[in-house]
Write a protein of this length. Structure first.
Length: 242
């Protein structure tokens, strides 16, 4: 971890806003930065105090260096002398375990709707290895389980969920710019998505355009059921089309 400044000009003056940033090494040798704590605009003494928290001073090179952690029951490597810290692993405790059940169920519903196959044909992986369809699945599950902003997904939610385990992905999946870019890729497929859902789970009137704007989906379903002359309409609502 280290302190990272963001520079901004305001009213003709230059301002620096500081963050504590963690570098996470992901698949393919990529390094993704994760904001740990936003400090805002701080003075020199405050910045020096935060540097002492996240860095150690190397007297040989006369410059700050990041601390390295090693188990206390093993000998510390020679290259870590001076900035290595030994940790007593037997005294460590588990806090904030990852949420598994809700993520698994959300992924199962996603597959039941056929959305995994639908997007596989439309969101190909990039040449850099960005898996757009998995980013989208993470966004959908996030909005279903614990709705919030993309920034919150990147900074907090993903690492407290099991989405990385379920999709065999690391933190690089939710790099903040990729989340916003993924949303931009969806607009062109909006009509096809509605057609897919209409065919997969038939609406009684077979028209998504007839959905009322007030009362929500549940109220619309009840209105269609009450107006249906044939009880078989209930089956159309609950049964996927073959």
């Amino acid at each position: 971890m280290y302190l990272k400044p963001n520079r901004r000009r305001k009213d003709g003056k230059e301002h620096f806003y500081w963050n504590i940033v963690e570098c996470k090494r992901c698949a393919g040798g990529r390094v993704v930065q994760r904001q740990v704590l936003y400090l805002g605009e701080i003075n020199d003494s405050q910045r020096a105090a935060w540097c002492r928290v996240v860095e150690a001073f190397d007297e040989t090179t006369q410059s700050p260096t990041q601390l390295a952690l090693f188990p206390a029951d093993r000998e510390m490597p020679a290259h870590a002398a001076g900035h290595g810290v030994q940790v007593q692993l037997d005294r460590m405790a588990l806090h904030r375990p990852r949420q598994w059940g809700a993520c698994w169920l959300a992924c199962h519903l996603y597959e039941q709707l056929g959305l995994d196959q639908f997007w596989e044909a439309r969101l190909a992986d990039s040449r850099e290895g960005t898996r757009w369809r998995h980013i989208l699945q993470t966004l959908v599950c996030y909005r279903l389980i614990d709705p919030g902003s993309e920034w919150r997904l990147h900074r907090l939610w993903f690492e407290h969920s099991a989405m990385g385990d379920l999709l065999d992905a690391d933190f690089g999946l939710v790099e903040k710019n990729a989340l916003y870019r993924c949303l931009d890729k969806l607009l062109a497929h909006k009509p096809a998505l509605f057609s897919h859902l209409c065919q997969r789970y038939a609406w009684p009137s077979a028209s998504w355009g007839s959905l009322p704007l007030e009362g929500g989906i549940e109220a619309a379903y009840r209105a269609e059921i009450d107006a249906a002359p044939d009880p078989a309409a209930l089956v159309l609502i609950a049964t996927p089309s073959p």
